[in-house]
Design a protein around this ligand. Sequence first.
Ligand code: NAD
Length: 551
Amino acid sequence: MTVSRTVRAARGGTLTARSWQTEAALRMLHNNLDPEVAERPQDLVVYGGSGKAARDWPSFEAITRELTDLREDETLLVQSGRAVGVLRTHEWAPRVLIANSNLVPEWANWPEFRRLESLGLTMYGQMTAGSWIYIGTQGILQGTYETFAAVAAKRFGGSLAGTLTVTAGLGGMGGAQPLAVTMNGGVALVVECDPARIRRRLDTRYLDEAASDLDDAIARCEHARAARRPLSVGVQGNAAEVLPELLRRGVPVDVVTDQTSAHDPLAYLPRGVSVQDWHDYAERKPDEFTDRARESMAEHVGAMVGFLDAGAEVFDYGNSIRGEAKLGGLERAFDFPGFVPAYIRPLFCHGKGPFRWVALSGDPADIAATDRAILELFPDNEPLARWIRMAGSQVAFQGLPARICWLGYGERHLAGLRFNELVSSGAVSAPIVIGRDHLDCGSVASPYRETEAMADGSDAIADWPLLNAMVNTASGASWVSLHHGGGVGIGRSIHAGQVSVADGTALAAAKLERVLTNDPAMGVLRHVDAGYDEARTVAARRGVRIPMGAP
Ligand code: NAD
C-alpha cells in the first residue's frame, strides 16, 4: 500500500538523532521531499523526471528510523533508496554509503531498469535526489548563469542584453533558465507543457511573466528585446510543436537550448498527448510512448538544428536530447555541441564545480553569515562576489536555506573550514551541510555531458567516479553516493557525490580539510590525465601530485 505523507526537515539547534552527522543526513533526506523543494513529493520524486529520495514510503520510514538511532561508529547502507544494512565502522567512516540505480553494463538500458523498478528492486536516483543534497532550483542556477555568461562572452560581447533565448522545460532544474538569462541581461522565451510548472516558477520568482499564447509570448519578448530590457516569459505548449513553429515564422532567435526531461523518454511529452493523459499512457504503453516521444524529440531537435543553420548559438544542456532525437531518426542530431565541451571544461581543469551548503538551523540569517564569509575569503574574485550579492537579493529559498557557488581546487576547503569556525563560534545557530552536485569536475563519466569530447578520447572511461567515491570515503565525508544514469539516462553515465557536515568540532575540521581538498583534486588530475594543459598548470602551481602526467 502506498502511504503518502507531507515531509519537512526539522529546524533549529536541537538534535533528534544521536549526532549532527546523522541529524544532517536525516534533515537533508526530509528536505529533499519538502513540498516546497520536491517536484512530486507524493511519489518521492525530487526532480529530473523520476529522480527519487527513497524507493518507497516504507523505505523512507526505515531510513528515517535508522538515521535517528545510528551511532558515531556505525554506517547505514542504502541500496537504490532502501535501507539494507547497518555495519560497525569507525568515526572517520561515512555515516551513510549510498548506491543508486547501478546496473551491470550489458543490462543497463531503460526497459531492463523499468522491469526491475516495477519489481520494486531499484529506483532512479538522479544526481542529488537519491543522495539527499538537492537544494531546489537554486542548485543549478549558478551553473546555468555561468553557462549563459559564457555564451554571452563567446558571441554577444559579454552580455545577453538585446538577445532572445528560446528554451523549454520549467522543471526542478530547467526552472533556473529564465532567471539565469535575465541575470545576464537577456530575454528568455520558455516553452513548458505543464501549466502547474509555469505557476510554480512564477511563484518562486524564477520566471517573470506567463503569456496567454504564442503570439502574446513573441510580442512580449520582441518588445523587451528591442528595449534591451531583461525579461523572461513562459508559454504553455509542446516544445516539439512550438520550436518548429518559431522557426517557420522566422522569429529572430539568438540562443537555443533545452531542459525538458529528455533523458527519460517517458518524462518527455510527445506531440498530440495531453498533460492529463501523460503518466497513465506512459505507464500503460511504455514502448509506444517511447517511440512517440523520440519522434517528437526528432522534430524538436530538428528545429534546433534549423536555428543553428540560421546562425543561432545552439547547445545541448545535459539532458541527452540529441541522443534521443537520433534514436527518433534525426541524422543531424549531434550537429550542435553539449554545454560542457562548449563552455564548462576549462573550469573543470581548475577543479571548479558546484559547491553548495545548507543551514540546518533553517534560519536565513545563517546563510547571510556564510555569504559574508565567502566575500571575505575570496575578496579578489569579482564574478563570485557579484553572484553572491545577486543570489542574496534575488534567490528565494526552497526548504532549508541554502547557497551555491562554483569553487575550485584550493578554495573549497577554505570555505569548509571557515564555515566550521562559524559553527564552533556560534556565529551561525546550527551546523552547516556542505555538498555538491554529482555534475562536478572529477566525479562523472558521461560521454553526452561532462566527459563529451575529451581531448584523449576517454569519454566513456568510468574508473574516475568510482575512484572519486572511494577517495571521499577514505577522506572522511559524512555520506558518499555512487549512482548511474543521472541527468542523461540509464546506460549513459556513472557519477559520485559526497556530503560533509561542518558541526564545529575539531574532527569535522580535519575531515573537511581532506575531503574538500581531495574531491576537487580528482577534477584536476582527471583533466591532466586527459592531456589538458590548463589542468597541468593548475596541478604544478598548486602542488597536486601526479606521478605520470598524461599517458
Ligand atoms: P523535471 O522533470 O523537473 O522538468 C522537466 C520539465 O519539462 C517538466 O516541467 C515537463 O512538464 C517539461 N516537458 C516535458 N516534455 C515537454 C515537452 N515536450 N514540451 C514542453 N515541456 C516539456 O526535470 P528537471 O529537473 O528540470 O531536469 C530537466 C532535464 O535537465 C533533465 O533531463 C535532467 O536530467 C537535465 N539536467 C541537466 C542539468 C544540467 O546541468 N544541465 C542538471 C540537472 C539535470
